[in-house]
Write a protein that binds this ligand. Sequence first.
Ligand SMILES: NC(=O)c1ccc[n+]([C@@H]2O[C@H](COP(=O)([O-])OP(=O)(O)OC[C@H]3O[C@@H](n4cnc5c(N)ncnc54)[C@H](OP(=O)(O)O)[C@@H]3O)[C@@H](O)[C@H]2O)c1
Length: 224
Amino acid sequence: METGAVTVGIVGGTGDLGAGLARRLTRAGFRVVIGSRHESQAQGAAETVKAMGSEAGWSTLQVSGASNLDAATAADIVFVTVPFSAHSVTLEGIVDAVQDKVVVDVTVPLVPPKVARVQLPEGGSAGQIAQSILGDNVRVVSALQNVAAAHLNGDEPIDCDVLVTGNNRDARQWVIDILAAIDVRGFHAGMINNAAAAEALTSVLININKQYKTHAGIRLTGIS
Ligand SMILES: NC(=O)c1ccc[n+]([C@@H]2O[C@H](COP(=O)([O-])OP(=O)(O)OC[C@H]3O[C@@H](n4cnc5c(N)ncnc54)[C@H](OP(=O)(O)O)[C@@H]3O)[C@@H](O)[C@H]2O)c1
């Protein structure tokens, strides 16, 4: 993939997961636009990534900050990385900007304080809710729910697999290719309804993390 030809928007990109993605995508040569409710915060996050990249000698540093709406408008593909409590309102704010695009939803519908207990929403899953809010012209892909931000914020290849769901196979493949470019192994895992499985699994992993004091992930076996 010619990464420099793809602009990736990260809506809510100032948080833990968004920052890790911004760092890895920029290092891989993508043009990255970090989004925030506050443009200045997004610009600050972009400066942090640039400073990291200059120190580490990355070959390209195409990262900038913008409002969530401007990030979604500028992007070819949009990652949404906000907490579930802000999921619907954030998607409603970018619905026009993402028509005919691919939106990657990483949301886990956790219900604090019992985040280690599976509590899926009425709509089935965050992925299905996103598809319903954004409409059929948007190819929603759900991914990354089972990767701890702590891993994305490191430089090593990610030691766990990612279930990639969504109703459009080509869109899923594009996301799998983007993940491969940032050292993450993604796999086709079916239609958007299957996002519920990955989202539910996160509470299981949070439970495991508490008991074993780690950032556990999942690995698929039997695939060469
Ligand atoms: N953290 C992980 O390890 C992890 C792993 C897998 C999946 N996820 C999922 O990834 C998503 C992001 O996780 P995170 O840990 O990065 O979240 P976070 O740091 O709590 O929040 C991410 C960003 O969302 C924006 N935001 C927060 N509250 C908001 C609100 N009420 N309305 C609109 N925007 C709001 C903020 O950006 P601005 O203030 O700049 O607007 C914030 O920086 C979540 O859905 C989570 O379930 C997280």
